[in-house]
Ligand binder design. Structure first.
Ligand code: SAJ
Length: 434
């Protein structure tokens, strides 16, 4: 491939990262084939449609498919650059499962040719890119692989993690800085040339293991810092203090920036990736492990607090506000809010109502509970207790006048003007109407 010619690109895995990446690379003028194991995903994309929710992605995919730049298939095909963006879940013992990465590597190895570049983007335990290289070397002894030959290798292999925020994926894919870790510096240079085609942020090259660790560290950093905020919220409950007021004041210090407490940490990144570090160095990670425990424990603290409130007012109807794992998205997977609401629904049945503007119906675990999905207007008219679990804009916008007479348990701190009842709320941590 001459350097001035746009490479043909194959993106393996067409999920939340793979599909937007494929579309952006296609928009940069490369011919892109997306490969996915799910036929319905492939069919949807080939119709110019999308199977995931993401801002502006529908129009982009429609455009690049219509221009013939993006097509999808269940079959691997020869390309110049391969980007692997498949899931890396963990098992019950929190051990990372890289079998999807290795399966993708097997498929890529079959069509690989001299001059190609293979880039892994999936969040991965340290050493995974080298394992991918070893697998390719074993399957294709005809190709000289980086780090295993004294000569110039035939193929380049690198790790480049995504770091985009759901809801801002297209913007962040283009503008965020990237760490690009090569098995060798030459591999990093080859991968860099690819990312320069569509990334406006700064691309910094390093080795593959450092890039793998960087991704894990970013999410563990956030988890540890959210755990600090969640621990403070539990301490404040115990002491009858308003955690939001304490954090607001502490953050006036020029070198203090405490994150926001919530009902726990959700999503498939921040609650997962720290375990990859713990698994790699179990003896050396008491802080990261404890932070995970604190954030998971916050969910149960919220359930216990809600139970106290329900027990104190057995005749009152309860509206749980939100199921999503964070504000203004329709993603309910690994969501603390969903777990809290479903637990209350199982225990209290028809007394529990749920408001979730991003849901058409309640998730399956609510089946048989008699809990009901209602809109925010109905909740404000009919529920006397409001439990805020997600900081959706729709909930933030509820004026004080419409909730002043309610009992409110606000786990997100969105209604700081909610009046307290007397000096101290009867249940610590609750903001009660006067
Ligand atoms: N949360 C809090 N308090 C806070 C901030 C967040 O309780 O102050 C909670 C949220 O409610 C949510 C969870 O944490 O339940 C995670 O939300 P998030 O917005 O912090 O992050 P994600 O999971 O949507 O995306 C993260 C991002 N990583 C970092 O910010 C370090 C994103 O950049 C990564 O690309 C993504 O993980 C990923 O794919 O790894």
């Amino acid at each position: 491939m001459k350097s001035d010619v746009k490479p043909d690109v194959c993106v393996v895995g067409l999920g939340y990262i793979g599909l937007p990446t494929a579309a952006i690379v296609a928009r940069a003028g490369c011919r892109v084939r997306g490969v996915d194991v799910t036929q319905s995903v492939v069919d949807t994309i080939n119709r110019g449609e999308i199977h995931i929710e993401e801002v502006d992605l529908d129009g982009l995919v429609q455009g690049v498919v219509a221009r013939g730049l993006l097509s999808a298939s269940t079959e691997m095909e020869a390309a110049d650059v391969f980007v692997i963006a498949v899931p890396t879940p963990f098992d019950q013992d929190h051990a990372p499962d890289i079998s999807y990465v290795l399966a993708a590597g097997e498929a890529v190895a079959k069509v690989l040719k001299a001059g190609d570049t293979v880039i892994l983007e999936s969040t991965s335990p340290v050493g995974t890119t080298e394992q991918l290289r070893d697998l390719i070397a074993a399957r294709r002894p005809d190709l000289k692989c980086p780090g295993l030959t004294a000569e110039t290798p035939d193929v380049s292999i690198a790790y480049c993690p995504e770091r985009v925020l759901p809801g801002k994926i297209l913007e962040e894919l283009t503008n965020n800085d990237r760490s690009i870790g090569g098995i060798t510096p030459r591999c990093a240079r080859k991968a860099l040339a690819f990312y320069k085609r569509f990334v406006r942020g700064t691309c910094i090259t390093t080795d593959a293991r450092s890039a793998e660790m960087t991704k894990l560290v970013e999410n563990a950093y956030r988890d540890v810092n959210i755990a600090f905020a969640n621990e403070l919220s539990i301490v404040a409950d115990r002491m009858g203090l308003d955690v939001w007021e304490v954090i607001r004041l502490a953050n006036r210090h020029p070198r203090v920036n405490i994150l926001q407490p919530g009902p726990g940490v959700g999503g498939h990144c921040i609650a997962v990736d720290p375990w990859f570090i713990v698994h790699g160095a179990p003896e050396e990670t008491p802080l990261i492990r404890t932070a995970r425990g604190v954030n998971d424990g916050k969910i149960h603290h919220v359930i216990a607090r809600a139970e106290e409130l329900l027990a104190a007012h057995p005749q009152l109807t309860v509206a749980c506000l939100g199921l999503a794992f964070k504000a203004n998205i329709d993603d309910f997977r690994e969501s603390p809010a969903r777990l809290v609401a479903a637990t209350l629904a199982r225990r209290h049945g028809a007394r529990i109502k749920v408001v979730e503007p991003y849901a058409a119906q309640l998730p399956r675990e609510f089946d048989g509970t008699a809990a009901e999905l209602i809109d925010i207007d109905t909740a404000l008219e009919t529920a006397e207790i409001l439990i805020v679990l997600v900081d959706h804009d729709q909930f933030r916008a509820v004026p004080l006048a419409e909730r002043a007479g309610k009992l409110v348990y606000d786990t997100r701190g969105i209604w700081l003007d909610q009046p307290k009842l007397g000096e101290q709320a009867p249940v610590a941590g609750l903001r009660l109407a006067s």
